[in-house]
Design a protein around this ligand. Structure first.
Ligand code: NDP
Length: 263
């Protein structure tokens, strides 16, 4: 099946690692032009250099900034317009989770988390909205989490924020139709830099990476018996962002190895 991504321009936020980087790779391998960002300039430049050698520098644009910085997001949108002449799909992926219970979460923590979760969607969407509308295939894929429907006690604040983001993406699917399709990805546990950081901070340092990840899969009772790989998510993101998914909007796709408990 041809996804129809050749010569399309795709923007991925948080593209220097994990799911974002895997998505950038899938889009490039499908013949698209890709613009992406992340805060850490050094890692971003290294990733950009490697991708440019593999796929050609003319199809790649990388800029270091936080998606919470409105001016930087707008400057990035202008850069994308100048380099590639528009944008056909936006993947709002940048972010991270906050591990804390209700008792441990201060008002400032709540503000910071709600700010990250909502504005990491809203700022890029506002900045690219006009370009997406001008495309014949405008699409947004919001990367979200199963926590939106299945809150966890150790991630109270992130869970509540995820639920709000899910609601927001559904509203945008209605408001932007028929010009821009908006779909969401509900993640379970995916082996990325976030989980690597948690592995490195493990209590028992004698535990191998393989054993630690297997223990997480058993603890979470993941039916497929393992965490997901970033490229397994990236393939679904690419499908939803692509012209081939032309009649899909307002949908949520769970990628979790079957770990959800809701029907
Ligand atoms: P990674 O940590 O591997 O990748 C996150 C990427 O986003 C990095 O490129 C990071 O670069 C960038 N980033 C983070 N914050 C910002 C910011 N404010 N502005 C711009 N770029 C940013 O994590 P994942 O691939 O796992 O995460 C991708 C998304 O999926 C995140 O939103 C995460 O919360 C979500 N998710 C992941 C789950 C999982 O199990 N992996 C589960 C549920 C949700 P830098 O740090 O340099 O900015």
């Amino acid at each position: 099946m041809d996804l129809g991504l050749r010569n399309k321009t795709i923007v991925v936020t948080g593209g220097s690692s994990g799911i974002g980087l895997a998505s950038v790779r899938v889009f490039l391998s499908e013949g698209a032009r890709v613009a992406f960002c992340a805060r850490g300039a050094e890692r971003l430049a290294k990733v950009e250099g490697g991708l440019a050698r593999e796929y050609g520098a003319d199809r790649i644009l990388a800029r270091p900034f936080s998606v919470l910085d409105q001016d930087a997001v707008e400057a990035f949108a202008n850069d994308v317009a100048a380099h590639f002449g528009g944008c056909d799909a936006l993947v709002t992926n940048a972010g991270q989770g906050r591990v804390s219970t209700y008792a441990e979460t201060s008002d400032d923590d709540w503000r910071e988390e709600l700010d990250l979760k909502f504005f990491s969607q809203l700022r890029p969407i506002r900045a690219f909205e006009a370009m997406l509308k001008s495309s014949d295939h405008g699409a947004i894929v919001g990367v979200n989490s199963l926590l939106a429907y299945q809150p966890e006690p150790h991630m109270v604040c992130t869970s509540a924020a995820r639920a709000g983001v899910q609601n927001l993406l559904k509203s945008l699917a209605n408001e932007f139709a028929p010009d821009i399709r908006v779909n969401s990805i509900l993640l379970g546990l995916v082996d990325s830099q976030q989980w690597q950081r948690r592995f490195e901070a493990r209590a028992d340092e004698s535990q191998t990476r393989e054993d630690w990840f297997a223990a997480r899969a058993a603890e979470k009772k993941i039916p497929l018996g393992r965490l997901g790989e970033p490229q397994e998510v990236a393939r679904a993101i690419a499908f939803l962002a692509a012209p081939v998914a032309s009649y899909i909007t307002g949908a949520r796709l769970e990628i979790s190895g079957g770990v959800s408990r809701f029907a």
